[in-house]
Design a protein around this ligand. Structure first.
Ligand SMILES: C[S@@+](CC[C@H](N)C(=O)[O-])C[C@H]1O[C@@H](n2cnc3c(N)ncnc32)[C@H](O)[C@@H]1O
Length: 397
């Protein structure tokens, strides 16, 4: 059992109704059933209670929204791999979400695939058992050492979000070999890492190409097997080559979460040279000022992390209806501190709008990559509002 010291599950209907409205709207944009997605967050979910919640000053409403936002961005990456390398969800066999935690991705996958197609694995057996019980998926129970992990399945997609970003040298290669062995003939393995570009200040890259720092968000995993690791592309490339000489593989900088790189590796004979994967545009509202005219002046930021792409338009929807569009017209180098080595400079935008107090403002951050990011806020009731809660990520580094 994991015990993160949280005594109760978090029910979504206990969070601020304004955030719940954003969440339901956001899930609707992805065609998801929000009641089904918003099952309570189990008390032992470290990803939520030990990472997301403290990152947002223990504000459950903001953290709940950020949980949903991060899950949908996660799914954006997943969907691009399925569409680009595996012919779409309709042509998919079975998938394994390894290091699934308590299954934030499973909340989407179970609405996209049949439960019989979905395998989930984690070292936290209670998290795996909970997903089996809750979603009807098949659990595989992992171990600290890959040699002790007993699984013989073959899958079209093995996805590993944020586990290799925590592994030390040696275990990194052994887990790569193990997970690669679960690929079927057309299979694809995707895993995320922290690139050396985001190594915290004061630390140096180890000459091996992997720097391992002995801390993590986990309250219970041994630091011998799970800390914080930072890698070079050469290190990852050598590990892949050793596991599967000549394999086709791609690196997508900032391809998963806010700052992790996503590596995608094909089974022998699978060619990934044409795979495209963009990062979901990010951004948020920072200020809204009610003007004497009755209009409000809104301002904020946006960031396209995909190399060679840009946010071409920000369209503004009020209570679900398109109100106006603007083109970002200024650079925001100050925001870059939160996204070290991002491929593009963050941009700023500003617009004026008349909307009743409390109306839901939804921004569509439209990229020429084809992806759209979303940001939410409420129309102001007071003369000036600072949306630190809704967009704070870029305001702190
Ligand atoms: C940062 S969390 C990511 C969880 C999930 N992929 C997500 O994005 O929400 C890392 C996960 O790796 C799991 N993990 C660590 N070592 C593992 C191992 N040896 N086998 C399976 N899972 C492991 C942890 O239990 C934890 O759930």
């Amino acid at each position: 059992m994991t015990d993160v010291g949280q005594s109760r599950d978090l029910a979504f209907d206990t969070i601020d109704p304004r955030y719940l409205a954003f969440i339901r709207d956001y899930l609707g944009r992805y065609g998801l059933d929000s009641d089904r997605f918003c099952r309570p967050l189990p008390a032992n979910d470290e990803m939520f209670f030990k990472a997301i919640l403290p990152n947002y000053e223990h504000d459950v409403s903001i953290a709940g929204f950020k949980f949903v936002e991060s899950t949908l961005r996660h799914f954006d990456a997943y969907r691009q791999i399925v569409d680009g390398a595996l012919g779409g969800f309709a042509n998919l066999g079975t998938v394994l979400d390894f290091a699934s935690g308590w299954g934030r991705l499973t909340r989407v996958l179970e609405q996209t695939l049949k439960p019989s197609q979905i395998f989930v694995g984690d070292i936290y057996h209670d998290a795996v058992a909970w997903q089996e019980q809750t979603f009807g998926v098949t659990g595989v129970f992992s171990a600290p050492d890959p040699e002790e992990f007993d699984h013989t399945g073959r899958h079209d997609l093995v996805f590993v979000g944020s586990m290799f970003s925590h592994l030390p040298d040696g275990l990194f290669q052994r887990w790569l070999a193990k997970l690669h062995s679960f690929l079927g003939p057309r299979g694809v393995l995707a895993f995320s890492v922290h690139d050396q570009a985001i190594l915290p200040p004061g630390h140096a890259m180890d000459p091996s190409g992997l720097t391992y720092l002995r801390f993590s968000e986990s309250g219970s995993l041994d630091l011998e097997i799970y800390g914080m690791s930072y890698v070079t592309e050469a290190y990852v490339g050598a590990a892949i080559e050793a596991v599967s000489p000549g394999a086709s593989w791609r690196r997508f900088p900032k391809g998963l979460y806010e700052n992790q790189d996503l590596y995608v590796v094909g089974a022998p004979g699978v060619d990934l040279s044409g795979l495209k994967l963009a990062s979901t545009p990010m951004g948020g509202l920072e200020t809204a000022t009610l003007l004497p005219t009755g209009e409000s002046d809104y301002a904020g930021w946006a960031l396209e992390r995909t190399p060679g792409c840009e946010i071409s338009r920000v369209s503004v929807h009020v209570d679900g209806r398109l109100a106006l569009s603007v083109v970002p017209d200024r650079e925001r180098p100050d925001v870059l501190a939160a996204f070290p080595n991002a491929a593009n400079l963050p941009v700023g935008w500003r617009f004026r709008l008349q909307a009743p107090a409390g109306a839901v403002i939804r921004l569509h951050l439209e990229s020429n990559s084809g992806l759209t990011g979303y940001a939410y806020a409420e129309a102001p009731a007071a003369a000036a509002m600072t949306y630190s809660g809704w967009s704070r990520r870029a305001l702190r580094s």
